[in-house]
Design a binder for this molecule. Structure first.
Ligand code: AMP
Ligand code: GLY
Length: 451
């Protein structure tokens, strides 16, 4: 039996675990550091104190791990894939050089400019005064971004000049993003709907997963500050077959070619964050890993041999192994702790997990920020605590199921957005009719893609 190690501890990693468990291949699953939800699903957590990625690589060698999948961006940007490769381990995730596509927005913007990949116009600065002069000349609206990793909080869309001045001041005077803010990008503001396109690639061949849409703002109707993501659904109706052909032709294929030409062949998951503008799709950002919470909405829709797919991509020759798509929609609603994305409390006992997961079908609960307390209870331990992920033949049913799951769970200070998937419904514009009644009969007995 092959062994897989998943690195990371969030809902994205939990969704990856479940996807592996649903495949037909028997696998021995490990995680580092993992989370209580993953452990409950039978995943073994690396049981040794690990102080560095080198020690984790040693652990992976000793435990004969056949495939390592890296969830978060920081270790990839630090070079964890290179380290694992040097030890002869197979790792699904780009090298340090390739992960720069997320680690340095200055690099990725220059790459897009050099190779004619559509993105917002921009200039790059390392001095506040130069950036400010440029902004005054251009006028608002404008987008101010820290170049380095900033946990999804490095971009500020500024509709007025004072907002832009504040954003610059946060980066240069208040050092809000540390070294990540040594270089800033000033961008033209684009308008349109955003989509998240996940591309599994060996650097040349690629496969595209169902296209999803994130909900970044904390409040309903996209109000309030940006978060890591409050929910997602897939497939997003805005991503028509025609649009996706254009995305492949103008963005995915040229980006992979560009990376190889630059000596940074990309193997792993390339996340293309795109804006569907009136002029066509343009890149907002690239990420070097799966998105969270989009993964929680996308992966339940896909049944396949993930081991073979990721192993072959890592090895440089993407397998033709087929995956099966669930003919419907997935919706993931994030349950967060009041105060997120700023300060929030921890330690609140979570009720209703078993009821939600076992009494309702077509539903997974992924742990994002949870811990086990001294009495063995599962408690909130992060800003984003859980994601309730549901699937159904229609988007409206998937939304209803996800919210049914959310309603069964409670902890003090819990909140969630009530409009996840609403944009997709509006775009479908009544073209789908609910088949909820029939599905409801089926669901408790046989969730369509569960094993
Ligand atoms: P980023 O960190 O680059 O992904 O940006 C975070 C969020 O800011 C994106 O998901 C968009 O919602 C918004 N954003 C970033 N760049 C732009 C842009 N040029 N025009 C409009 N919105 C943007
Ligand atoms: N949900 C956005 C991200 O993963 O970057």
């Amino acid at each position: 039996m092959n062994s897989v190690l998943i690195v990371g501890s969030g809902g994205r990693e939990h969704a990856l675990l479940k996807a592996f468990l649903r495949s037909d291949r028997p696998l021995c699953m490990f995680a580092y550091p993992g989370n209580p939800g993953m452990e409950r699903d039978g995943c073994m957590l690396a049981d040794t104190p690990i102080g560095s990625w080198e020690e984790l690589a040693d652990w992976a060698v000793e435990n004969r791990i056949d495939l390592t999948v890296i969830g978060p961006e920081a270790p990839l940007v630090d070079g964890i894939a290179d380290l694992f490769n040097e030890r002869g381990l197979t790792v699904f995730g780009p090298s340090r050089e390739a992960a720069a596509i997320e680690g340095s927005k200055a690099f990725s913007k220059e790459l897009m400019k050099k190779y004619g990949i559509p993105t917002a116009d921009f200039s790059i600065f390392s001095q506040k005064s130069d950036a400010w002069e440029y902004i005054k000349k251009k006028g608002a609206p404008v987008v101010v971004k820290a170049s380095g990793l900033a946990g999804g909080k490095g971009a500020t869309v500024c509709d007025t000049l004072p907002e832009a001045e504040n954003a610059l001041s946060a980066i240069f005077d208040k050092n809000a993003f540390g070294e990540a803010g040594n270089t800033v990008i000033i961008e033209e503001k684009m308008s349109g709907e955003e989509i998240s396109v996940f591309v599994v690639t060996d650097g040349r061949s690629y496969r595209i997963l169902p296209v999803s849409q994130d909900h970044k703002a904390v409040g309903d109707g996209d109000t309030g500050p940006n978060t890591g993501g409050m929910g997602a659904y897939a497939p997003a109706p805005v991503a028509t077959a025609e649009l996706m052909q254009q995305v492949e032709r103008e963005i995915i294929a040229p980006t992979l070619n560009a990376m190889e030409t630059e000596g940074r062949r990309y193997r792993g998951l390339l996340y293309c964050g795109l804006m569907v503008t009136p002029q066509g799709p343009k890149v907002v950002e690239f990420n070097c890993r799966f998105g969270d919470p989009e993964t929680q909405a996308v992966l339940p829709l896909v049944t396949g041999d993930w081991f073979e797919l990721f192993r072959s991509a890592a090895a440089g020759k993407l397998s033709a192994t087929q995956w099966k798509l669930y003919p419907g929609f997935g919706v993931a609603v994030v349950l967060a702790s009041k105060g997120y994305p700023k300060g929030y409390e921890k330690g609140m006992v979570i009720n209703g997990l078993d009821e939600a997961e076992h009494a309702l079908g077509n539903l997974d609960i992924y742990h994002s920020g949870t811990a086990v307390d001294e009495q063995g209870r599962i408690v909130a331990n992060g800003g984003r605590v859980l994601a309730v992920s549901a699937w159904a033949e229609t988007l409206s049913d998937a939304i209803a199921y996800a919210y049914e799951g959310a309603a069964a769970i409670s902890f003090d200070n819990m909140f969630f957005r009530r409009d996840i998937g609403a944009k997709g419904l509006a775009r479908l514009n009544g073209r789908e009719s609910s088949c909820r009644r029939t599905l409801k009969k089926q669901r408790a007995a046989t969730p369509p893609n569960a094993k």
